[in-house]
Design a protein around this ligand. Structure first.
Ligand code: ASP
Length: 439
């Protein structure tokens, strides 16, 4: 029998009702044998995620300040869940012990350890409720000194989760480092845990359960009623995520991609919806684009120098100056005698003086200018490769709405076209592109 990993995000484990939905989702498909959970999230927009409350608690405790307020909210939520599920749990004792450590030994209690309790306790309660086997992620997932997950981790997982008839519950978001200290992934890291488990156990699908029925073709705050993407390739999702689409954790695609395991984004509150499948191959439809995403807060560094094209290593040296100042770049469209480098505005602002000085001294340009308040918008889709006139349609749509395009970049992969525009036109541009290709 093949198995499915199901990762449930914070909103899917926010209260006892959500736990019950999860039980029925698992009963709906007996291949759903491996469960990964986040820490409980918000039940309504006014609440905080428990992970955030754990961070505040740790911060206050280490400063020897009163941490009672966030701590009470955390504690009450877990107790409420166990009570409503009628579980005989040892949750109160777990909290008493943690509280004692916070009061007496807060300096020894690492922030990663405390915050990881969000996932740990949630997984314990979930295992109890499902009658499943709890497996801690701490000894299984190991990070090397570069913060990469070691190959041995995959073997550890395969061994620990080897029985195909058992339902396992594993806390997401953390593992341990080479020194044996508990270490979390970056925020949203339970997505990565799920993907690693799917790879290690050769699962048929990685289901990522959340509170929306898949990814949308554009940000719904900008395009109301944006369509759901039914299928998107790993490559497309990388482009969309990089360009600002709010999807899975960036690092969660790679482990599944390595074994061509599809990722299915599904809605815990509407389990019948198909959701979005992220898979290895491009979709075979006549659809030209798969999605549109964008980000604001970019600056363009413009450098002009006559005969630049004859000067060997000009581009490399400029990029090296930026690298030395800790600025990474997004795009670098060039003319014959000019070079543009698009960078994150905030990072550049911090070192602008030094960058200008270094470029002046080392490159002797005729002109350097910095243009701020730029937005980059990526239009992504495998369908563009074979369609003549896609770029023309995109630019006419922007022109029709009087939007001036400052930067153009078509990746050599031909699955995306990036345009740089004034931030003020951001929403208008996304709407215009969407209307042209989708509506
Ligand atoms: N609870 C963690 C966070 O909020 C990890 C996760 O949910 O994936 O970032």
């Amino acid at each position: 029998m093949t198995r499915i990993v199901c990762k449930f995000g914070g909103s899917s484990v926010a209260d006892a009702e959500q736990f019950k939905k999860i039980k029925s989702i698992l009963q709906g498909n007996l291949e759903r044998k491996i469960v990964v959970v986040s820490a409980p999230g918000k039940r309504n927009p006014q609440e905080s995620k428990l992970t955030d409350l754990f961070y505040s608690t740790h911060d206050l405790a280490t400063k020897k300040l009163d941490f009672a307020a966030p701590w009470k909210l955390i504690r009450e939520r877990y107790i409420e869940i166990t009570q409503e599920l009628s579980l005989q749990s040892s949750i109160r004792e777990e909290f008493d012990k943690l509280e004692e450590d916070l009061l007496k030994n807060s300096e020894k209690l690492s922030v990663d350890f405390l915050v990881s309790r969000g996932e740990y306790l949630c997984a314990k309660i979930m295992a109890d409720f499902l009658g499943a086997k709890f497996i801690d992620a701490y000894p299984l997932i190991q990070f090397d000194n570069q913060y990469n997950v070691t190959p041995e981790s995959y073997e550890n997982i395969a061994t620990a989760l080897s029985d195909k008839n058992t339902i396992y519950v594993v806390p997401g978001f953390y593992g341990s480092d080479m020194q044996g200290k508990l270490k979390t992934f970056t925020r949203g890291g339970s997505d990565i845990t799920g993907s690693i488990l799917a790879n290690a156990c050769n699962c048929s699908v990685y289901e990522n359960w959340t509170d929306v029925s898949g990814l949308l073709m554009a940000d719904p705050r900008i395009v109301k009623d944006a369509h759901t993407i039914s299928y998107v390739s790993y490559r497309e999702i990388r482009e969309l995520a990089y360009s600002g689409a709010n999807v899975l954790h960036d690092d969660s695609i790679t482990p599944c991609r390595a074994k061509n395991i599809p990722i299915n984004i599904k809605n815990t509150n509407k389990p019948g919806d198909q959701g979005t499948i992220i898979g290895p191959t491009p979709e075979t439809t006549s659809r030209v684009i798969t999605g549109i995403a964008g980000r604001k807060d970019f600056s363009m560094l413009y450098i002009e120098k006559s005969m630049m094209n004859k000067e060997k290593g000009f581009g490399r040296k400029v990029l090296a100056i930026l690298e030395e100042q800790g600025v990474s770049y997004e795009l670098s469209p060039c003319g014959i005698d000019s070079m543009n480098v698009i960078v994150d505005s905030k990072t550049l602002q911090n070192v602008e003086k030094e960058v200008r000085k270094e470029i002046d001294q080392k490159m002797q340009p005729n002109k350097i200018k910095i243009f701020n308040n730029l937005a980059l918008i990526a239009t992504v889709g495998h369908g563009m490769v074979s369609q003549v006139g896609t770029a023309a349609r995109l630019f006419s749509a922007l022109a029709k709405d009087n939007i001036n395009v400052r930067i153009i970049d078509q990746g050599s992969s031909e699955i995306n076209i990036i345009v740089g525009i004034d931030e003020a036109n951001f929403e208008k541009a996304i709407t215009a592109i969407y209307k042209e290709f989708v509506d």
